[in-house]
Every structure is written in structure tokens, then in C-alpha cells.
Design a binder for this molecule. Structure first.
Ligand code: SF4
Length: 203
């Protein structure tokens, strides 16, 4: 069971394989690992808090630049474990904590303003914007929530801006130049930085 894994000098946390999307660029469709990690699929059960606390002890946290929730799934699918793990990490270290998310936690959890449940626990949230509108978002992510996903993502980003220190949008360069320009406009209007990633491995 791979919970914590090293990537790009940071310590990543894999807490779930569940995700409401099936993105066209998702690494899970063509690999079981990210770079040099051990396989990130959980074979039986997903990790308990006990598993997470025990696995964390294998690592010297001082070696890492930050902690990143980003695994083979959407971390907010286990919002309670995400919150509890972030609280545990806050007690253990003063390293910055980032969440990489598809921004759909309001729909996943069935309640509004879930971004603010992370206040004080997550320093930076990196949200996969992916597309300039609801229709293209669905084509790219295949979200099980359909076209309402895009507005939910934008609401999550607005809430995150109010509650968390730093909010970033990302997108993978599988869309056209014109679409990237439209995404940039959305990001600019919301006052959120947009980072464009090459189609390679992880968000
Ligand atoms: S949201 Fe992330 S984990 Fe889910 S399908 Fe898309 S890339 Fe994969």
C-alpha cells in the first residue's frame, strides 16, 4: 500500500483511488506508478488514519520542500480523511501543505463551501481548470456530474480564494491555443494564477 511517496523533492500523499472523473490525460489509464513511486492503486481497502500515521513515520519530513495531497484519485473523495490527515501533518511539521484537486468537492460531498473546510489546514490549492467552458470540461474530464461540474469548480475556486492562502489553476496542454487563451481570461478575471502543464504525468 503506497500512501506517502516522493516526487519532485516533495512528499506526496495518496489517500484514495476514487474520482468522479475520467480525464483524457489521466495517468491512471496507462500507468500504475508516477515516476519512481511504488504502485499507487490500493488493492483492497483504502488507508485508514492508522495506516497513514504509521506510513508517515518512514520519512524524514525535513528532506522535503512541501507536502502534496495528490494520489491516484481525487483527495476530496475522502474529505474526512483529508482533513484529519492535514491536521495530523500540521501537528508534525511546519512544512507547507498543498492540495491538488479537480475542484469538484462541493458535488462530491453534496454540500457548499467545502473549500473553507480546509481553512488553516491547506496552504495552497491547485485546481485543474482543464477547459474554458462547461461543455469542453465534460469532454475532457468525463465528470460523472455532467456540465454542472464547471460552475461547481469555479465556485470552489472563489471560496478557496476567500479561505486559503494561495489558489492556482492548472491545465494540461491537450486543448487548443484559443481555448488556453479563454482559460487565461477566466483566471485573470478571478485573480488566480494559471499554470499550463505539458501532457506527461501528474497534476
Ligand atoms: S481528476 Fe485527476 S485522478 Fe481524476 S481522472 Fe482526472 S486526472 Fe485522473
Amino acid at each position: 500500500m503506497t500512501i506517502f511517496y516522493e516526487l519532485y523533492g516533495a512528499l506526496y500523499v495518496n489517500i484514495t483511488n476514487k474520482c468522479p472523473c475520467s480525464c483524457v490525460f489521466c495517468i491512471r489509464d496507462h500507468s500504475d506508478v508516477i515516476k519512481d513511486s511504488d504502485p499507487l492503486w490500493f488493492e483492497d481497502n483504502e488507508p485508514t488514519m492508522e495506516d497513514i500515521k504509521k506510513d508517515f513515520e518512514r520519512f524524514d519530513i525535513e528532506k522535503y520542500s512541501e507536502i502534496v495531497f495528490c494520489g491516484y484519485g481525487e483527495p476530496t473523495e475522502r474529505m474526512d480523511i483529508l482533513v484529519e490527515t492535514a491536521k495530523f501533518l500540521r501537528e508534525k511539521t511546519n512544512k507547507k501543505i498543498r492540495l491538488n484537486t479537480n475542484g469538484l468537492s462541493d458535488l462530491i460531498c453534496g454540500r457548499k463551501n467545502t473549500a473553507c473546510e480546509l481553512k488553516g489546514l491547506i496552504d495552497t490549492v491547485s485546481i485543474s481548470l482543464n477547459a474554458p467552458d462547461a461543455k469542453r470540461f465534460c469532454e475532457i474530464t468525463n465528470s460523472c456530474f455532467g456540465e454542472k461540474s464547471f460552475d461547481a469548480l469555479l465556485d470552489f475556486a472563489k471560496d478557496a480564494k476567500k479561505c486559503l492562502d494561495k489558489v492556482i489553476f492548472t491545465l494540461v496542454d491537450v486543448i487548443s491555443k484559443e481555448e488556453i487563451e479563454k482559460c487565461q481570461k477566466i483566471a485573470d478575471e478571478m485573480g488566480i494564477e494559471l499554470r499550463i502543464r505539458e501532457y506527461i504525468d501528474t497534476y
